[in-house]
Every structure is written in structure tokens, then in C-alpha cells.
Write a protein that binds this ligand. Sequence first.
Ligand code: ADP
Ligand code: MG
Length: 650
Amino acid sequence: MAVLELKHVNKYYKLDNKDTYHALRDINTSFERGELVSIIGESGSGKSTLMNLIGGLDTKFEGELVVDGVDIGKFTEKELDQYRKNKIGFVFQSCNLIPHLSILDNVTIALTLSNVSKEERIEKAKIALKEVGLEKHINKKPNQLSGGQKQRVAIARALINDPEIILADEPTGALDSETTMQVLDIIKGIAKKGRLVIMVTHSEKVASFSSRIVKIADGQIIDDVTNEKVAMVASSKRENEKSKENLSFLAAVKLAFNNMKQKLSRNLLVSFGVSIGIMSIILMLSLGNGLTSYFSDMMNSIMNPTVVEVTMPVDTTDPSAAMKAMMGETTPFEDKNIKELSKIDGVTKVEKGFNFVGTPGTNHVTLGKKKVDVTRLQSATSKLTDKNLEKGKLPGNNEILLNRVIADGLGKDVVGKTVKLSLVINGESVVKEFKVSGIYTTGADTEIPDTIETALITYDALEKMYQSVDQELSVGSILLSAKDEDAASNIKDTIKELGYSGSQEEIVGDRMLTMLNILTYVLAGIAAISLIVSSIMILVVLNISVVERTKEIGLLRAIGARSKDIRRIFVSEAFLIGLSSGIIGVIGSYFASVVINAASSKAFDMNVMNNSVTYVVAAVGVSVVVSMIAGLSPAKKAAKLDPVDSLRTE
Ligand code: ADP
Ligand code: MG
């Protein structure tokens, strides 16, 4: 039975001006195994067109093209890929070896596409290269071989999958007469093993070595003669297991990696460009994180961890509420609130507190002739710890705690001396004597000086001053003591559930942290814009790459790569660019953080950058995803390339 049969095959090319060109006219013929057929004819007579049809590269034809009993014109895309991969071996005039792959890799590329193991690939390549007499050159690159050797590599590549039909389009067209003879010998040998070899040639001399000569003119067969001189041993039909496997993702990445090595500097530059975007995002997030943890540390360090400060709820949606809270204008507590709070589990002590920030000039302390404003008057409660004492001790009922600004204003060694505290309550001036028990400090572990004149007295002491002018001191805050930090944090949760707010510092702090967070995300968002630029860059580079490698893509398609495989190779390249960008970005941001932190700890005694593993992982992930998205369109473009057109490009 004929291995290949053409029945009424017509091929029309669509031209730009809606005309069609009739390139093949009613071709009827058949070919057997073991034949070495030469197709000869003038240039433009339709030889290549015929080869492309037989090779399954071009399926837009009329008529039937039957291979082993099935019409390949009715094949699905998938069947066609399998057909090219397993039944057909292509040899081109201009070898079409992939320059950056070794001879071994060039020969085995079809096996790579079939996901064959490395050992098997090498074994098969050795057999194929032996058949063309090149087994010693496995590790060379194509440009290290002569023209004849290159063409023999191309033949070995066509043989690797042990195809039944070898199609050679002017395989000797670019060779001198001596190498032509060598190549012809090899081709003859191939046919003798029971394969069908169809070879296009210009030369009558080359044709004379074949078993059959088919002449084509103007798309028609005008002559078909069997050459008696060459006797072919047509062996029986060979059955062998053909791979149904496809290019694995790992193999695609490997191929992509090989491609990228070729244009290393270009790819590195792109990765570097993308990494700048990634780096800025990481840096912005780290900065936000650093500032946030700095402020929360600062706030936590002020507070006695076993004492929970409670204020009446503040409307957090009102921007001025936080400001008011800082000025001491919180809603006062009523008795029922205090009762409710004192019933919370784990509360060991309930204290009342206040926090007034007065207009400058209304309240002051005097010592002898020296007079200093008291801008902030706070309650001395259990919230204070020894950390809040720069000197002396915490105040009792007739004692006052002054901060460094007031103490300095009153002269040296105020601790232990008696000062006069003068307050304006409801328009009336109230004066009372207090003994200075110590010097107050916020206890915050920072270099930022506490410049607000602050004095602290007990709630009872202030209440008495209020009572002296018949005023009632309202309860600005409640302090709940707990036996340990765990209990305190439980109490904190409970008061939130009950609808109360935390300390005034906490309210302000929370607001600040929220703003800081928003700022961080805005900055990171701006940095992310650079990623758009990056993705355009990747898009451009990959598009250039598609153009540069059009011929290679055509070749891969001819030897059975699915368009999916081509897409996979390009998406893999995008993946690799994304990965390297992410890694460069992470390393860059690490060093930048180290430098920035060194500078900031010198200047402000704090580390402004606080990197986190989450950011690093996220940034690399974002980089990879953005790159792959950018790579989609070039990859799609490459996958859609027509194999015949691609092979024809120079
Ligand atoms: P050759 O025998 O030299 O290999 P081809 O098979 O390449 O000839 O071409 C046969 C004819 O078909 C030529 O006249 C050529 O101009 C035309 N042709 C080939 N490819 C196309 C195409 N893609 N579009 C239009 N015409 C084409
Ligand atoms: Mg041609």
C-alpha cells in the first residue's frame, strides 16, 4: 500500500488584492516506502508548496492527501502537530539549525518537545548522528561546523523521531559538489532503510541519484519516471511506538533559559529596569512598616502594661475628635460607666484620671519669683511607673511631679521644694502648694525631647481644688489595674466590646497609624506605577525576540512543536525575567534598607526601614505575575505565527 497518496490536490494562494494564485493544479500521485523521489522543476513551479502540504505545514488545500490511509486535510490542530512530530522529518536548504544550541540539542529538540528523558535523548541522538557520520561532534555549536556537516546535522534532526517520510527541500542547494555527494549518500541510505524520502532539487545530476523523478511545471506534474539504475530495497511497513507526550513546563523553562543566555545583557538590563519598580515597592512598604512599629513601640513604652486606660467613646470618623481627645476634651464618665467598668473580670483597682491641655498663660507653677506655664496637667495614677521618673519618686496627694521643661524653668534642684500651682477653674484662680516629688519623663525611648510643660498631681488633689470653688471635676479617664499583662490585654478587649475607647494617646496613636498606613499604601501604589512601565518594557523586548526568532519558531513548528509549546517557551522567558527582576529587586532593597537604616539610626536613633518576609515574597510574586502578563501577548503572537511563513523569513 502506498504510504502517501495525493488525489486531486489543488492549492490556491490568496493574494492581497483578493485574487488567488493557483499554485498546484490537480496533483494525483502516490509514493511507496523505500522510494527516493526527486522533485524537479523551475523556480516558482510549486515544489516547496507541495512539500509544505505533504509536511502538514499548510492545510489550506483542496483534494485529499492520504498518509497511511488517513486524509491529513481533515486532521485537527493537535493531530497535525503529532503528525509533524512523529511521521515527518524536515530537511531545509538552509539547515535552519538553532545557533545557540549545541549539535546534540539541535538534533534532540524534537525529543525535548516530546518530553523524552535526557538519557534517551542522548542515546537516540547518537544513533541519528552516527547515521550521518557525525557522532564525534555532539558538543559543538552549529557555527563550528562546515556547510556539509551542518546539513548532515539537519538530516540527523529529521531522523531523530524515526519518521516514515523525510522531506528535503533543496538539501544540497547550498553545498559544493563533493559535500553534495556525501549528503546524497546519506539520504540514499535513509531511503534504503524503508523510509520515503522526497527531495526537491534543481539539479538533474542530483536527481539522477534517486529512484524516481517527478517533474513539475506551473503547478502540474508533467513527467514521472522511475529511474531503473537505482534499485531500492523497500522494507516492510515499520511499526513503532510514537510519543504522545508534550513539552513539559520545566523543559520549556530550560529552552527559554538557553534563549535568554544568548541575549544576556539585554535581558539583564530589562530585569534591572523591572527590579527598580519592585525595589521601590519593597522600600515603601518597609518604610511604612518601620515607622509604624517605631510609633507603636514608642506608645507602648509610655504605658504601664498592667494598667488599662479607658475613655468614653470617641467618634473615630470625625477627624477633629482625635485632636479633641488629645486636648483632653473627652466625654466625661458617669457613675454607671464607672460601675460597669469596675465589674470587668480581672480588674484589681479602678482609678479616675484627667488630662487637661490648657491655653498658655492660664495655669502655672511658681517657685519664689520664678514662674512657669503649665500647658498640660495630667493625673498621677498607677499608669505611671519608675520609667516615668527621671529623678525622685511618684507623687502623693500633696505632691506634684514636674517634667524637665518646668523643672529647668524653676531653677536647679526643684525636687523636694514646695511650689505653688495656680489654676484657673471656671474663671476663678485657685492656688495650692505642692511639694515636688520628682522629675517626670514620658519614658519613651526616643531622642525627641518632651517640650510641653507637663505637671502631674493626683485626682484627689485636683478634685479638692475644684471643690474649693464649688466646681465638680469630671472624670476624663478611668484606669483599670490588672494583675498581669495578659489580664490587662483581656480587659482591653472587653472595654472595646463594651464600646469604650482606649487612652487618649492610643486614640491619637491609632489615628496616626491609620494615616501612616494610608500613606504607605499610597507610596507603594505610586511605586507600582513603575511596574506598568516595566511590563511595557518586557512586552517590547519579547516582541523583538519573537521577530528575531521567527525562523526558529517556524522550524520548531515544522518538527512538531504545538503552538501551545511556542507560547509556553515565551511565557517561560517572561517568567524568568520576572523571577530575576524580583530577585534583583529584593537584593537591591535589602542593601538600600541597610544603608538607609544606618543613616537613620545615626540621625534619629531609629531604624526607619523594617523589611518583612511577606513583602519580599509578595514582591517576587508580583514581579513574576506582572512579567508573565506582559509576556502573554508576545507569546500569543509567536504561537500564532504561520510555520510556512516563518520558515520563509530571512
Ligand atoms: P518553488 O517551486 O520555487 O519552490 P513555490 O512552491 O515556493 O515554488 O511557489 C510556487 C508559486 O506560488 C510561486 O509562483 C510563488 O510566487 C507562489 N507562492 C508561494 N508562496 C506564496 C504565498 N504565500 N502567497 C502567494 N503566492 C505564493
Ligand atoms: Mg522552493
